[in-house]
Design a protein around this ligand. Sequence first.
Ligand code: KIV
Length: 264
Amino acid sequence: MPVTVRDVRGFKERGERFVMLTAYDAFSAQLLDEAGIPLLLVGDTLGMVVLGYDSTVPVTMEEMLHHTAAVARGATNALVVGDLPFMSYQVSVEEGMRNAGRFLKEAGAHAVKLEGGGRAVELVERLTASGIPVMGHLGLTPQSVNQIGGYRVQGRGDEQAEAIMSDAKDLEAAGAFSLVLEAVPRELARDVTASLAIPTIGIGAGPHCDGQVLVFYDFLGITPNPPKLAKAYASLGPQITDAAREFAREVAEHRFPEDRHSYS
Ligand code: KIV
């Protein structure tokens, strides 16, 4: 049965821990779907892990829609969440609505994610009232890397912690169905999680969140210098390099292709 936003809220109601993984293409989405991963996020990390940008800032709507559509074609059951890229929703609520709508209408996503509280709250309210489910994202919000001055843990002081707590409550009140907490102290994530009825999904936010998310390339051990918050559940990076070397060696030594790989 396809996963819905009601199922995601149900995880928290039943105290069931759950996971989300990022995905950027159809075959990967299919594999993760077969594994029963309930939530696939087409994150704007796309820009860094797939497209080779040095931040998520340059990622465009067209790039996001292209990859979200691929993931939606590959996934059968997972809830597909498309990430609104930088400056696709900051200029005005109307522009944010139009761009969010494109994820559902053109790319087959079931929900969108956006970063920050404050001014984004009105947009969340309008989107959810229009039938577009929204996942919030607080703590380290990488689209603001230039404002923050690097990828730093957020919410360490009382003032920042209170701001994150207040934004979390506002996003919930505006209708968000879940909330990503990135790179915040575990105690703050615990308190935010306990204060909300909607599930929190942590990345570098400790063990008390309702769910956990990892970036696909970190999770597979492909990212060359993974951040502290990542855990690799495979080491495909070295395996890919070894496989490429083996392929080149076999061709050089006339061992590939064999007869069974050729047509008569
Ligand atoms: O863009 C992304 O992949 C994300 C996750 C790290 C939560 O926002």
